[in-house]
Design a protein around this ligand. Structure first.
Ligand code: HEC
Length: 112
């Protein structure tokens, strides 16, 4: 029963945020500093894919750091290629690990 309540609360939370999820306070400054916001939103497609979609790819944090420095446009058919960006390792890793927090939770049902 507790589980059901918890899920309901989670769902309500998602519904309230469905429109526009904001960048958290510690990530937002990095996003604007490195101009990511010009092309990415948290949960909506802009020029590039939503970070929630990137999170579903289940990259490791290190892999995301690599992909920021050397994007692979073939990962995202239908999108223009992202320009390679120079983000210092420490900041890139912060961004990467935040992106991965957007992934569907482990307990959630997996779709093959
Ligand atoms: C000029 C627009 C633009 C900017 C600025 C930009 N991106 Fe992207 N990004 C894209 C597009 C388009 C894609 C999908 C095509 C691709 O990967 O080349 C993408 C893909 C990605 C991916 C997925 C990589 C993969 O291979 O799955 C990540 C992660 C990412 N961006 C992070 C960032 C971060 C972090 C920043 C800021 C440091 C940033 N992007 C800035 C346009 C942009």
């Amino acid at each position: 029963m507790k589980k059901v309540l918890f899920s309901a609360m989670l769902l309500a939370g998602f519904a309230m945020n469905a429109q526009a999820q904001e960048f958290p306070d510690d990530i937002k400054p990095l996003m604007s500093k490195y101009t990511c916001t010009a092309c990415h939103k948290v949960d909506t497609k802009l020029v590039g894919p939503a970070y929630t979609e990137v999170a579903k790819r289940k990259y490791t944090d290190a892999r995301i750091v690599e992909l920021i420095a050397a994007p692979k446009p073939e990962h995202w058919p239908g999108y223009p290629p992202m320009a390679a960006l120079k983000v210092p390792a420490e900041d890139a890793l912060k961004i990467a690990s935040w992106i991965n927090t957007l992934a569907p939770k482990k307990g959630a049902k997996k779709k093959a």
